[in-house]
Design a protein around this ligand. Structure first.
Ligand SMILES: [Zn+2]
Length: 100
């Protein structure tokens, strides 16, 4: 069984489609699941390759997909430096102790 998907509309100004990561292979894709038992906000990104091989019951919930994206996210140096790494709180910065 395959998973029904639909293509995200391209941005009328930039002619670009926003690309999310497929819920299986994490490749960037403009395709989203079109599962009839899910509302629009509960669909997840799924590329045509994976959709052709997966069953609807294989599709993770939106919450599970977001969580796995958070876990897999490799923060940039900028995110780490600014304490914006979602997975880890910034390390405490303490003053250097002067030797007596
Ligand atoms: Zn995929």
């Amino acid at each position: 069984m395959t998973v029904p998907i639909s293509r995200e509309k391209e941005d009328e100004l930039t002619r670009n489609t926003k690309s999310e990561k497929c819920c299986f292979c994490r490749a960037g894709t403009p395709f989203w699941t079109a599962l009839p038992d899910r509302k629009l906000g509960q669909q997840v990104a799924c590329c045509p390759h994976c959709a052709s091989r997966a069953n609807p019951k294989d599709i993770p919930s939106k919450a599970a997909w977001c969580r796995s994206e958070d876990i897999a996210h490799i923060p940039s140096y900028g995110e780490i430096a600014q304490g914006h790494d979602k997975n880890y709180p910034p390390a405490p910065i303490v003053p250097i102790k002067e030797e007596a």
